[in-house]
Design a protein around this ligand. Sequence first.
Ligand code: CA
Length: 490
Amino acid sequence: MKNETLMQYFEWDLPADQLLWKRCKAQAPKLKEAGITKVWLPPAYKGMQGMNDVGYGVYDTYDLGEFDQKGTISTKYGTKEEYLEAVKSLQKNDIEVLSDIVLNHMMGADACEMVMATEVAENNRNQIVQTQKEISAWTIFDFPGRGGKYSDFTWNSSHFNGVDWDENTKRRALFLFEGKRWDGQTDEEKANFDYLMGADLDMENAAVRAQLVKWGMWYEETVGMDGFRLDAVKHINATFYKEWLDKIREKAGKNMFAVAEYWHADLRRLLRYLDSVDNCMSLFDVPLHFNFYNASNQGGTYDMRYLLDNTLVEHRSANAVTFVDNHDTQPGQALCSFVQGWFKPLAYACILFRKEGLPCVFYGDYYGLPSHNILPMPDLKKMIKIREKYAYGEQVDYFDHENIVGWVRTGDEEWKHSGLAVLLSDGPGGSKRMLMGKKFAGTTFKDVTGKCTEIVAIDADGWGEFRVDGGSVSTWVTKEAYDYLETEVV
Ligand code: CA
């Protein structure tokens, strides 16, 4: 079976040129050729900032770039027609499409209403700061620009738990509505991390749940996506997405893939969430991202033996989507924890060349981040191709030294010339003897990164002595694979 590679097809600071869907449609054959098998597209519905909204400031989930709302018909990425064409083009090229689902909050309401609310503390959402009083909350969503097409459902304060703005006094504070409590089964940071931003949906309200299932069915039917990326799940009652996915999958008649963002570096929280949803989805491996980030910032003093420790891919690999960076960790963003450039090739080797986990390649690493003068990561295309063609077979680890660690993949019959040896060093360079296996006896290996130029001969017992330069990665493949990569992948 071919190795899968997911790509996040956007970064935060893309120009608001409404051309992403068109570019994606045109690029689909190239993405297939590159070895990409799944693509995660950004939220496709109208956000409060209109054509400047990245997609997370959700205004109307039924407006996929079709209605004149928030000053524009098109979203930041294009029109509904262009979106549907991009999806079709990807699917025609055997690439599965994951739609970004943002249901925690809504923003940019059409009108205010007077609501009785209790002010609570930002850092302890169960602590009352001021007893109940009347505020003016932005909670009326009736979408006059859409005029009831697709759904006549409108939103009001009964569907939300709270807001962070009183229009009456023009004051920012956290307000919990009368008769409401924050969702249970959310992250325990700040005592209860139900509230993130905007008008927070009450996921314990039956009418809200029913409407979101109804919308999900409409969305699946309209777009025909293959799966989902679920936003901000630590702020949503865990039972919600379990039920939502069950119903959408049942209606679609297929087991749609889903990966959720539970943004926490503590593996235990991720495992607890997965347990509570019966492992019905994958999660992004946030702990692994932070291991990469920390290693990249320790200038060679990180103990590489522990690089994969306490990560989702180590403890529940079947539910792990591994990644190096994303639109939230890139420079300038709130969660900014961008892995330093020198370490990126080491991190990508860990997600692309190992057996476990579904790797997610970041658009900003693949195409660069021009708004931050960051160039595409050298060799990333080549690394994805290595994953597609050569990263097969058993995996034997050599995580036995504080600076230099490595592993081999012993190849399999199905993939000609497959098998590789990887060495990473965050400190000085050096070498390591690793066992490729007797079937490789007498063959030669070369480093595709070009850093080490010597040829490694595998001895009669199947061992080779591989080398790596300081602060880098070397990836050793068979001579035949090396020649193919040199000529075919530019
Ligand atoms: Ca919430």
